[in-house]
Design a protein around this ligand. Structure first.
Ligand code: SF4
Length: 225
């Protein structure tokens, strides 16, 4: 049995099963950024409801949102959960961007490291959110690590510890995978699809596209036979 924790090999198995995933919906960069902020601690279905509300109220722009009362914003984004905190943070982030850069395009024109530092300086934007904004809204190649990716990688290769840091796992991918925007976007999407459909808290290894290269999956299937 050959176990493979090379991300490129994993990707090729996932891609064969799931196909190319045209991921992270959003008609504008601003909408994608707002989605990345609202998706914290909730499901995408709830984010979609909040985004639809913002669209219906014609608030999906930096200018419009910064002129909105916090209370009104709370009401509109309520479906996304933690709506008071999220409204306050969204407003504060948008006002800071407006004050410091004027437009989203100017913020996104920073080089990747400067952009990441700027995003991380805003309360409510952690590493995963910052990297999602950089990858999908600013369209610069950076590898996004999420809980699905971390869990699957640990199961595929237990040498990748459960406690591996965000930065260490990001380096692991970025050292091995060609730096390419579409590839990074699709690879992240594939891990999310894997985590939702197979590599769940209780993994469904029998039908998983990685069960021949994953240590945990192979061992669990052997035990069942
Ligand atoms: S084989 Fe099982 S443990 Fe391994 S990635 Fe698939 S679902 Fe997760």
């Amino acid at each position: 049995m050959v176990y493979k924790s090379d991300p490129n090999a994993i990707y090729s198995h996932l891609r064969k099963r799931f196909g190319f995933l045209d991921w992270w919906p959003g008609e504008t960069k601003f909408e994608i950024m707002v989605g990345a902020i609202l998706t914290q601690q909730t499901t995408w279905t709830n984010v979609e409801k909040a985004i639809s509300g913002l669209k219906a109220a014609k608030l999906l722009s930096l200018d419009k949102i910064t002129k909105t009362e916090r209370r009104s914003l709370e009401k509109i984004i309520r479906p996304s959960g933690y709506y008071r905190q999220k409204a306050q943070r969204l407003l504060s982030i948008c006002k800071s961007i407006k004050r410091e850069y004027g437009t989203l395009d100017r913020l996104f024109s920073l080089d990747k490291t400067e952009l990441r530092d700027a995003l991380l300086s805003y309360k409510g934007i952690g590493k995963e959110t910052a990297d999602s904004i950089i990858l999908y809204a600013a369209e610069k190649p950076i590898f996004v690590i999420d809980a699905y990716t971390k869990r699957a990688m640990h199961r595929i290769n237990p040498k990748i510890g459960e406690d591996i840091s965000y930065g260490e796992l990001q380096d692991y991918f970025e050292k091995r995978v060609k730096r390419d925007l579409v590839l990074y976007q699709d690879m992240h999407a594939q891990f999310v699809e894997l985590g939702k459909n197979y590599c769940r808290t209780r993994p469904l290894c029998v039908g998983c596209p990685l069960n021949k290269i994953c240590q945990y999956g192979s061992a669990s299937i052997r035990r069942k036979h």
